[in-house]
Ligand binder design. Structure first.
Ligand code: HEC
Ligand code: HEC
Ligand code: HEC
Ligand code: HEC
Ligand code: HEC
Ligand code: HEC
Ligand code: HEC
Ligand code: HEC
Length: 244
């Protein structure tokens, strides 16, 4: 029986395609392009060849025993050293190569501590624009053992609002007793012995007048600023910047 011409041609075309595909597959495309094993092996090689950047907190402990001891006992015990200081394997191997970064800027801590409703309840959160603005967080909180500073004590038992207000103001580091002379009796029978209150503009001037020695306090010209009014007719002394 004679095979029809068109079927033979079709067979020839299919034959060429099959030979072409097989030829390309096995001879023209290099194995490295299609082999999973080669791919995996070279990826592993590439990753292993990368320099190690993180040393791990236990490595730091060897040389920074005192800091590590403090961190492990404080509120930041679960944080990695390098979570704040950045990758420091090179430093750990050869401290002469330069110091690791230390996040002294005020912008850093709010990454974890600014108020965010999605954080777990009870996680210590603050509003960075209202919470003791201006100064870096580390002037008041040791980053390795961050306890809120306890400048204010017994008074908070009975004057909690004033204590809370002052604690987030720019007067946070002043003791209540900087401005009030408090007889011991006041804490037992408060109304029988009231503390003093500042009397005149000069009192605030001891820190705020031009030429006053308190370095951190912003200065005003006492003879013109605020006219003849008492300072606290305009500035609430427990939140002098006037927020809230
Ligand atoms: C082999 C010992 C050694 C190891 C390990 C080591 N350090 Fe240090 N580190 C030093 C020395 C030495 C200095 C320099 C002290 C100086 O110059 O005052 C230093 C300084 C620092 C400083 C100070 C930077 C500054 O601005 O003052 C930081 C932060 C620091 N190391 C973090 C780390 C961290 C994080 C690790 C762990 C990944 C680590 N170190 C591991 C020896 C070491
Ligand atoms: C919450 C962030 C944070 C963590 C966690 C942290 N540090 Fe620091 N560290 C800082 C900051 C901020 C400074 C700069 C302090 C300053 O200048 O007063 C600093 C300073 C240092 C210094 C130099 C000054 C000093 O106090 O001796 C060393 C050394 C250091 N850190 C090591 C470590 C080690 C080791 C760990 C882990 C056990 C660690 N730090 C964990 C934020 C952190
Ligand atoms: C990686 C996240 C992280 C960073 C960055 C961080 N903290 Fe913390 N902080 C924590 C955790 C976690 C706790 C412990 C919370 C707890 O015990 O429930 C904590 C606790 C605190 C507390 C204790 C609050 C209390 O309950 O009395 C203070 C204060 C604090 N941090 C200040 C800082 C300061 C200042 C910095 C910047 C140097 C900083 N934190 C950076 C995670 C962080
Ligand atoms: C002028 C000093 C001062 C500065 C600067 C300061 N704080 Fe505080 N911080 C305090 C005092 C005081 C308290 C305790 C106040 C209170 O209990 O309401 C406190 C409390 C906290 C708490 C605990 C809040 C809670 O709910 O338990 C956190 C977290 C905190 N500060 C983080 C920061 C961060 C982050 C910064 C920098 C953006 C910062 N603080 C800057 C004085 C300061
Ligand atoms: C046992 C509770 C208690 C303690 C502790 C306490 N106070 Fe008072 N304080 C009072 C009471 C009650 C008054 C009277 C309020 C009134 O009459 O409106 C008062 C009034 C005051 C006044 C206003 C005085 C005036 O002439 O209006 C000042 C200022 C004051 N206290 C400061 C302090 C300071 C600072 C401390 C901490 C050293 C402190 N108090 C501790 C309960 C207390
Ligand atoms: C910078 C100085 C200063 C500091 C610090 C200060 N006070 Fe006062 N306080 C004043 C002045 C000024 C007044 C009087 C305000 C007035 O008469 O309007 C006053 C008034 C008061 C009063 C009377 C009620 C009121 O609100 O006017 C109480 C109570 C009081 N202070 C408690 C405290 C406590 C508690 C602290 C510490 C948390 C504190 N003060 C810190 C300056 C200060
Ligand atoms: C013992 C010194 C001292 C006394 C007394 C004092 N202050 Fe201050 N005050 C400071 C310091 C320090 C700052 C700045 C803190 C900062 O910027 O972190 C400040 C900040 C201020 C600010 C600026 C707030 C801002 O951020 O713009 C005002 C306003 C102010 N005080 C008013 C007063 C008044 C009113 C009195 C008197 C009732 C007074 N102060 C008494 C030390 C003092
Ligand atoms: C009539 C109202 C008024 C009186 C009274 C007043 N102030 Fe002010 N004070 C202001 C205003 C408004 C500002 C903010 C605008 C500015 O900087 O002039 C200010 C700003 C300040 C600042 C911040 C300056 C700075 O550079 O950040 C300080 C500190 C200050 N006052 C202290 C005082 C002291 C101390 C007294 C009492 C001797 C006083 N003020 C009396 C209205 C007053």
């Amino acid at each position: 029986m004679k095979i029809p011409e068109q079927v033979r041609r079709l067979g020839l075309v299919i034959g060429i395609i099959v030979v072409g595909v097989l030829g390309t597959r096995f001879f023209l495309i290099p194995r490295s392009l299609i082999s999973d094993e080669l791919h995996q092996a070279s990826t592993v090689q590439r990753e292993v060849a990368k320099p190690v950047k993180f040393a791990g907190s236990s490595t730091c402990e060897g040389c920074h025993e005192e800091v590590s001891g403090r961190v492990r006992k404080g509120y930041h015990k679960n944080l990695m050293c390098e979570g704040c200081h950045g990758a420091a394997a090179r430093h750990a191997e050869d401290p002469g190569q330069g110091k690791p970064f230390a996040p002294r800027d005020r912008k850093f801590c709010p990454v974890c501590h600014s108020y965010d409703a999605s954080r777990p309840t009870g996680f210590p959160q603050i509003n960075p624009t209202a919470h003791n603005p201006v100064k870096p967080c580390i002037t008041c909180h040791n980053p390795h053992d961050p306890v809120p500073p306890k400048t204010i004590e017994a008074c908070s038992a009975c004057h909690p609002q004033i204590q809370r207000t002052t604690a987030v103001s720019s007067h946070a580091l002043l003791k209540c007793t900087t401005c009030h002379v408090v007889p011991a009796q006041h804490k037992k029978t408060p109304r029988s012995a009231l503390p003093s209150k500042p009397e005149g503009r000069e009192f605030c001037g001891t820190c705020h007048a031009k030429g006053a020695t308190e370095r951190d306090a912003p200065k005003v010209d006492l003879s013109t600023h605020g006219g003849r009014f008492l300072c606290w007719q305009c500035h609430y002394p427990h939140l002098p910047e006037g927020r809230g």
